[in-house]
Design a binder for this molecule. Structure first.
Ligand code: ARG
Ligand code: ZN
Length: 881
């Protein structure tokens, strides 16, 4: 483990390397505990660099067994091998030279899952961001691009499969029970995209013919016996390859594309050149074991990693501050892909829900940082929803600002201008400026200023003048290190809805730029006047969530209902319904806090039920309407002094009121939305299941009896329905004997399927109320719990801390102390995972004072522990600042 040095890296200190790396030749002699790595690196000194400047390479936990310069031993006086670097002096002034480094590493003992490690007897690597330096000393930074040849030697019986990046050169037996394989990747790449996989795996094969007619071999490697469960991933891969050609004009560039699914992985997946490595959760699916959400995630992540081949690999980041260059853009691309594969509006709603529930709290708390940060202590802690999801929203805004044609022109320019380079956000933005002729300096503040802007609007209609006046004001809140903010360029899409539901268009606009339905808010305060509006319109703001802001606009329930009925933008309709529900939920929380029953506005309930029953709307959309703002959403809305128990109880009461009022609607939906025939994961069928399960859950609320859920559990013929029924049972009737029976039955049936057992842990970890902690503790002692498998840890501890507001935020603080203890136990083994789960406490300051005090103390206990990893100490110190 890399312990914390407290060192902070600053963007402004960026310097290119003194030496240029021309070629990399790697030879691995694989062994579970003593793997030998020989790295032959050809360098030359960059022009104008001091002839005495030494070569400094990065390292982490390495044991070096040999060091040669042009095949001659280097005298000890000419180099220093330290814990995190290797410095070599007396190197040629300008001629190329070869450094040969031999290291010995222990994959079996590598619990960090960074560098070369073992998972279920498979050798596997994860090098992003700084894992390659755990394999050999190397200029381990993304702006060092080189061509790699890789030789892998291993025992043939246990590792018949030897894979690395690029194209296969050849291989053969070696006579001593070992064999070798050689791979060559012609595309220069940074070390974070290096990958090696070796072991015994099954394979699913297919081919894809590219737009220029080249045949690409596609291979997905999974554990033996799981091949049928990779069929959907293969289908998603082929659709991704086609889509990237059709929409972005991007063709694949090697002869082979491989995906390997492994069961121990810190993140979702990794885009290594030609050899993506995946958390098997995002590859394996069949109707019996995967939910509709699992299928959608697989489709999105397969696409995401594939799309990185151009946005990330062909064009990469100059330094890690530019992470959003590849991640924000690639998330935008995978969002667009899913929108084209499924329902665009429903996809957008899901994205915005996710953005608001994960990124908005991050941007409003102690971990807030710009999409393009300027300093970091531990780069692993910057793989955040801000870099990814807000980064994607910023890309989306460029498309909104410029329009589809100019956006495409800018992207094309980016691909041509920067292919083969390691570049910055400034380079990216300049492509759109050059393609459009538009100055994006103010817009670029979205990359540099953290915090969710608050836009306040009021509108006034003058009947005599037939004019509409909008007064807009923007405020970007202070965030760590950024007390004062400049006004941003905010592209706000809007609609003016007339009483008959049609849309008004102004004859003239004064006070601001409006293009199509986009209003450009660029000043701190701006008044925009629309002339020629025949009658008072209802204004629908932020259509499609065109800009990631908090909007403050007082609008009557009648106006919101008008939007919900008439907006042409389906996202805006959903937003209006959500906005109708939110004040009710906030009021119900206040009542619950005073110990009073909640009063629920019947007209709001009616509007909601009307939308749920509206057969002109697609079922998936109606399911989104029925999914009320979450407890975390309500907490965010309230903002401070939060009491999670009151939020929970208030929301339960609102749910019950809706359930009782809508009993008939829900009963009909449960009937009518049944999906007949054999299972299909397509979006339309998934939408019907979602609506039906939501209706079922309301019915159970109305009846307050377990029978229906038990029956649904018995009748289910797919994992979506089965896990939903089990969730309803467990959450509503945790002490019922039928719940215990269902949980036991589920466990026995799926004992051999780790991904399903993760669901079993997750469902129990989210059971609300004060029994949660005891339950989670007991589950940690379950033989199926495995503290070294990241998916399992996330499914129990992660789910408890992130997704069980009442169970985790106990008034006595035991939840926080329990988490702290587990973080400290995990940190020495897997610091990345520990740091990630610890971020679940990022909103602790918005809790009421008793809980906040306990949270602070638990965080201080972590901060005070000795030998923390850089990952955990960075997070804990920022959270306490
Ligand atoms: N680049 C990967 C992706 O597709 C994520 C890898 C993150 N790895 C890490 N160690 N932080 O998003
Ligand atoms: Zn990515």
């Amino acid at each position: 483990m890399r312990t914390d040095t407290g060192e902070i890296i600053h963007l402004e200190n960026y310097q290119p390397t003194d030496f240029i790396l021309e070629r990399v030749d790697l030879t691995f002699e694989l062994d579970p505990t003593e793997t030998k790595v020989e790295a032959r690196l050809i360098f030359h000194r960059r022009e104008n660099v001091d002839v005495n400047a030494p070569l400094v390479l990065d390292g982490d936990e390495l044991k070096m067994t040999g060091l040669l310069l042009d095949q001659e031993t280097i005298e000890p006086a000419h180099y220093d091998a330290a814990e995190s670097s290797l410095t070599i002096r007396n190197l040629p002034a300008s001629a190329p030279f070869e450094i040969t480094i031999t290291t010995e590493i222990n994959p079996e003992a590598n619990t960090t899952l960074m560098g070369l490690y073992r998972t279920k007897n498979i050798y596997c690597t994860q090098c992003e961001a700084e894992g390659f330096r755990r394999i050999t000393y190397f200029p381990d930074r993304p702006d060092v691009l080189a061509v790699y040849t890789v030789n892998i030697i291993a025992e043939k019986a246990t590792a018949p499969l030897l894979l690395s990046n690029g194209n296969f050169l050849g291989g053969a037996g070696m006579g001593d029970g070992r064999h070798f394989a050689a791979w060559f990747d012609p595309h220069p790449k940074p070390s974070y995209l290096f990958a090696l996989v070796a072991g015994d795996l099954g394979v699913v094969e297919d081919t894809f013919t590219t737009m220029s007619g080249r045949d690409i071999a596609l291979k997905i490697y999974v554990e033996h016996g799981k091949e049928p469960r990779a069929a959907y991933a293969m289908d998603a891969l082929k659709r991704s390859m086609k889509w990237d050609e059709d929409v972005f004009g991007r063709e694949y560039d090697l002869d082979i594309f491989m995906i390997v699914a492994v069961s121990d992985f810190n993140m979702g997946a990794m885009e290594n050149k030609g050899l993506n490595v995946f958390n098997d959760k995002y590859v394996l699916a069949d109707s019996e074991t995967a939910t509709d959400a699992d299928y959608a995630n697989i489709e999105a992540i397969i696409a995401h990693e594939y799309f990185h081949n151009w946005t990330g690999n062909r064009i990469t980041c100059r330094d890690w501050f530019q992470l959003c260059l590849k991640e924000g853009l690639t998330v935008y691309r995978d969002h667009e892909f899913s929108a084209d594969m499924r329902s665009r509006a429903v996809k957008r709603i899901a994205e915005v829900r996710h953005l608001k529930s994960e990124q908005f709290p991050e941007d409003a708390g102690p971990l807030a940082h710009p999409v393009r940060p300027t300093k970091y202590r531990e780069i692993n802690n910057f793989y955040t929803t801000t870099v990814y999801e807000k980064g994607s929203e910023v890309t989306r805004m460029i498309a909104t600002l410029l329009g589809a044609d100019l956006f495409k022109k800018g992207m094309d320019l980016y691909f041509v201008r920067h292919d083969g380079q390691a570049v910055t956000i400034e380079d990216f933005v300049r492509c759109f400026e050059d393609a459009s002729g538009r100055n994006l300096t103010q817009f670029a503040l979205w990359y540099h200023q953290a915090g969710t802007p608050l836009v306040s609007v009021s509108v006034e209609y003058d009947t005599a003048k037939q004019s509409l006046t909008m007064a807009l004001e923007q405020m970007v809140p202070a965030t760590p290190g950024q007390p004062d903010k400049e006004p941003m360029h905010i592209p706000l899409r809007f609609g003016l809805l007339l009483p008959n539901g049609s849309e008004a268009t102004a004859t003239s606009v004064a006070g601001g730029e409006v293009t199509g339905d986009v209003l450009h808010l660029v000043e701190r305060k701006q008044t925009v006047v629309f002339e020629g509006i025949s009658s008072r319109p209802v204004v629908s703001f932020n259509r499609g969530f065109s800009t990631p802001i908090n909007l403050h606009f007082e609008q009557s329930a009648t106006d919101r209902a008008h939007i919900a009925r008439h907006e042409s933008d389906l996202f805006a309709r959903w937003q209006a319904l959500n906005d109708l529900a939110t004040p009710n939920l906030v009021a119900a929380t206040e009542s619950a806090r005073k110990g009073e029953p909640a009063s629920v506005d019947p007209s709001q309930v009616e509007t909601l039920l009307a939308a749920a029953a509206d057969e002109t709307l697609e079922p998936a959309f109606r399911a989104q309407v029925l999914a009320l703002p979450s407890e975390a959403d309500i907490a965010r809305e309230i903002g401070s002094n939060n009491d999670p128990d009151a939020i929970h109880s208030g929301r339960q009461q609102v749910m019950t009121a809706i359930a009782k009022a809508g009993r008939d609607v829900f009963a009909r939906l449960v009937e009518n939305m049944a999906v007949s025939g054999s299972f299909s994961p397509d979006a339309a069928s998934a939408g019907r299941r979602a609506l039906r399960n939501s209706a079922l859950s309301y019915l159970v609320y109305a009846e307050n009896q377990a029978e229906r859920a038990i029956k649904a559990f018995r009748d289910a013929n797919n994992m979506t329905d089965l896990s939903q029924a089990l969730t309803i049972l467990a959450h509503r009737f945790p002490h019922d004997v039928s719940t215990t029976e269902a949980l036991d039955e589920f466990k026995i049936r799926f004992e051999d399927n780790a991904l399903v057992i993760d669901k079993w842990f997750g469902i129990q970890a989210t059971i609300p109320g004060d029994g949660a902690l005891q339950r989670v503790k007991a589950l940690m002692d379950d033989p199926l719990f495995n503290a070294s498998n990241p998916n399992r840890v996330r499914s129990l501890l992660g789910t408890y801390a992130f997704a069980n507001p009442t169970g985790f935020n106990r008034p006595d603080g035991e939840g926080y102390r329990f988490l702290a203890k587990n973080i400290l136990a995990m940190d020495p083994k897997n610091p990345q995972l520990a740091a990630r789960i610890l971020t679940s406490m990022r909103s602790w300051r918005s809790l009421e004072s008793q809980r906040a005090d306990h949270a602070r103390n638990a965080l201080r206990d972590i901060a005070g522990a000795s030998k923390l990893s850089a990952d955990v100490s960075d997070i804990v110190e920022r959270m306490l600042k």
